[in-house]
Design a protein. Structure first.
Length: 397
């Protein structure tokens, strides 16, 4: 089959077209058809970029793929009739999605060009999703260098430099220096942003850099030698800013601080919470020591062998402290349970003379408890009523 004529090459701003149907085959899923046309405005998934979306004769085009130059459109036909081969169809691409991709893609060229010119870094990976672009570079930058890069990239936007897409003849191409992502075919399409970048690329771009609107680096991930930048441009960058600005406004209200200092407010909360936790721990420890005196007095009167304590809330460190203090006295088994009948209990069980695994196994067998440990101490969790647990412990010989 002949290669599909790529209308988007020369007419990236067109949104509607008519074309002749060359072939229609059932798609891989029910209710879909794979359609090949003689020409198309639909940019296929290629070079790391997601395909255009839109409609064909009013039906949704959900995927566009290219193979050996032939572009296949997967159309959601539902129960509708398939197009006849040889007929003419009307296609319409989703302009908002396309233009967002053009803004993001051109913004990526500007950043990659600057990274190459200033630092000599190569673009070693590129992925344009429906929202953001990830860009892998062959070297790393620190935070200040990234801010500087972002400023410079936006100055290229303000300068409104022409973006030229062309297929140079072989002689002209041979004399050209350009960045090349992967091995490119015989017809090399070269995209030039004057004074900034020249790169082999097949995708639609904006006419002038001013149309990119805004370039933002929203995330940086350092790998061992490389760096992955996540960027977002144009209208998608505005959407991203609006979402984040809303979060910042909320944090600012919650912390009662101006937006510029909202993080200080969150830090203050974290410190306050850490301080409160420490206070609670100290109070619980004092409480545990007082409970211990009570328990020892009662146990002495009743001559108890084992000691089981149930409390609704205890810090894990206090729980272990409680158990260790109980182990200083001549009980056979001691256990401290924190929680409730409805939510279940976290427990520690210890013994100085016996194997704590014995009551531990009883908890597992009768109540499906989780946990384990060494003979001197086990810990875990169990969901059961305090009265049932006490009844079971009463049977320990
Ligand atoms: Zn490109």
């Amino acid at each position: 089959m002949n290669e599909t004529i790529r209308l988007y090459d020369d007419a990236p701003y067109e949104t509607e077209f008519d074309a002749q149907v060359l072939s229609v085959l059932p798609g891989s899923r029910e209710g879909t058809a794979d359609v090949v046309l003689d020409r198309t405005l639909f940019f296929p998934e290629e070079g790391g970029q997601t395909p255009d979306c839109g409609t064909m004769e009013g039906m949704t085009v959900e995927d566009v793929q290219i193979r050996n130059g032939v572009i296949t459109h997967t159309v959601l036909t539902g129960d509708g009739e398939l197009f006849a081969e040889g007929s003419t169809v009307h296609g319409r691409i989703d302009w908002e999605h396309r233009f967002g991709n053009m803004q993001n893609h051109t913004g990526e060229h500007i950043l990659s060009g600057l990274l190459h010119n200033i630092y000599g870094y190569e673009n070693v990976g590129f992925r344009l999703s429906d929202n953001t672009v990830t860009l892998d570079t062959s070297g790393q930058l620190d935070d200040e260098q990234i801010l500087d890069l972002e400023r410079r990239a936006n100055r290229v936007v303000f300068a409104n430099v022409p973006v030229i897409c062309e297929y140079p003849d072989p002689a002209a191409l041979a004399a050209m220096e350009y960045r090349s992502k992967k091995d490119v075919g015989p017809n090399v399409r070269v995209v030039t942003i004057e004074g900034v970048d020249r790169c082999a690329c097949c995708a639609p771009h904006v006419r002038r850099t001013g149309e990119v609107g805004l370039i933002r680096v929203i995330d940086v991930l350092h790998t061992r030698k490389d760096m992955r930048l996540t960027i977002v441009c144009g209208e998608r960058a505005i959407g991203d800013l609006q979402k984040k600005a809303q979060q910042l406004r909320e944090i600012s209200h919650m912390t009662n601080l101006p937006q510029e200092r909202a993080a200080d407010g969150v830090r203050h909360f974290q410190e306050e919470i850490a301080g409160l936790k420490e206070k609670i721990r100290a109070m619980q420890q004092r409480y545990a020591d007082m409970r211990l005196q009570e328990i020892l007095a009662q146990a002495g009167d009743n001559g108890l062998k084992d000691c089981w304590v149930f409390e609704d809330e205890l810090d894990p460190a206090v729980q272990r402290h409680f158990m260790n203090r109980l182990l200083e006295h001549p009980f056979r088994y001691v256990g401290v349970f924190a929680g409730s009948d409805t939510d279940g209990w976290n427990y520690v069980i210890g013994s100085r003379s016996q194997d704590s695994g014995i009551p531990g196994r009883l908890l597992k067998e009768q109540f499906g408890a989780r946990g384990g440990g060494k003979p001197v101490m086990i810990q875990g969790s169990v969901k059961a009523a305090e009265s049932d647990l006490m009844a079971a412990f009463g049977e320990l010989s």
